[in-house]
Design a protein around this ligand. Structure first.
Ligand code: ZN
Length: 282
């Protein structure tokens, strides 16, 4: 089996200081928490931006400052920026994080319900955002909340807008979308074309059980406060504790943890592009 890529999803759009004291919100807090997660075994970080009031934003300057600080404290880690819609529905604003030239950015290839909203990613928006990924050479992590989103990604690949091998993240257990069960994870993993890579983000209490299944299946895992606030014992978790939990399970099973360089190879990322985000942030 390949070594295990652990992604840390530190902040998201939803968690607040009232929900957990451990969520990092400012660029400085996020960068310091990234360093702790890398020390615990993370090779990839999934990054959201918040404004000074803690609200979700797609502001380029805040993403840039966050990236600069991460590169200072954890120069090797792979940075993946979110293009999620809770921070804004304007197409150009949602493309901003990709245009900053991170190594990766998230790309949800379809629509579904989430608490309080329709997470809207219409067909013409998918063509637009896939075009931005194509033009910039940024690798998408295809966020799959429902199985049809795999077909949509393969359609974009057929249109020559996405380049194989594709990398998928199965987001399971979000209220409004597919349940966080091992059966769903097996079905989705079996639905991918050969050569694809995948990770799983279990929401809430499904986070660690689905991570455990993915480690056994040869997939990769995403953990962090964006998806789940608690350790399996019910206490509020830090991001580093969630990474450490996944790393400990992997080591117990005899699966080694990938370094950032090893994760780049597994994900077919060009190592020469790892600092493009710094040049774009000048
Ligand atoms: Zn996210």
């Amino acid at each position: 089996m390949e070594k295990l890529i652990i992604t840390a999803a530190l902040t998201g759009n939803v968690p607040t200081r009232e929900m957990t004291p451990h969520v990092p919100l400012s660029p400085a807090e996020i960068a310091a928490d990234v360093r702790r997660c890398v020390d615990a075994g993370a090779s990839l970080v999934h990054i959201h931006a918040r404004d000074p009031e803690g609200r979700p934003t797609l502001d380029k300057a805040i993403f840039q400052e966050t990236a600069r600080r991460i590169k200072t404290l954890a120069p090797d880690v792979i940075i993946q920026l979110s293009t999620g819609a809770r921070a804004g529905r304007d197409w150009e604003a949602r493309a901003n994080p990709v245009r900053l030239l991170p190594e990766m950015a998230s790309f949800t290839t379809g629509s579904n319900n989430l608490p309080g909203i329709v997470y809207e990613n219409a067909p013409d928006f998918l063509l637009f955002l896939a075009g931005v990924f194509h033009a910039t050479g940024v690798k998408p992590e295809i966020e799959v909340f429902e199985s049809g989103m795999i077909n949509n990604a393969l359609f974009l690949q057929k249109k020559k807008l996405l380049e194989p091998p594709l990398h998928f993240d199965f987001v399971l257990g979000a209220p409004g979308a597919m349940a966080g069960t091992v059966r769903n994870l097996v079905f989705l993993a079996d639905s991918l074309p050969p050569g694809s890579t995948w990770t799983v983000a279990g929401i809430g209490r499904s986070e660690i059980p689905l991570a455990t299944a993915a480690i056994a299946m040869g997939g990769h895992v995403r953990v962090g406060i964006e998806d789940n606030l608690h350790l399996p014992n019910g206490s509020l978790a830090t991001n580093a504790q969630l990474v450490e939990t996944a790393a400990t399970i992997a080591r117990t099973m005899g699966r080694e943890i990938a370094s950032p360089a090893e994760a780049r190879r597994i994900l077919s990322l060009d190592p020469q592009r790892c600092d493009r985000i710094l040049a774009s942030a000048e």
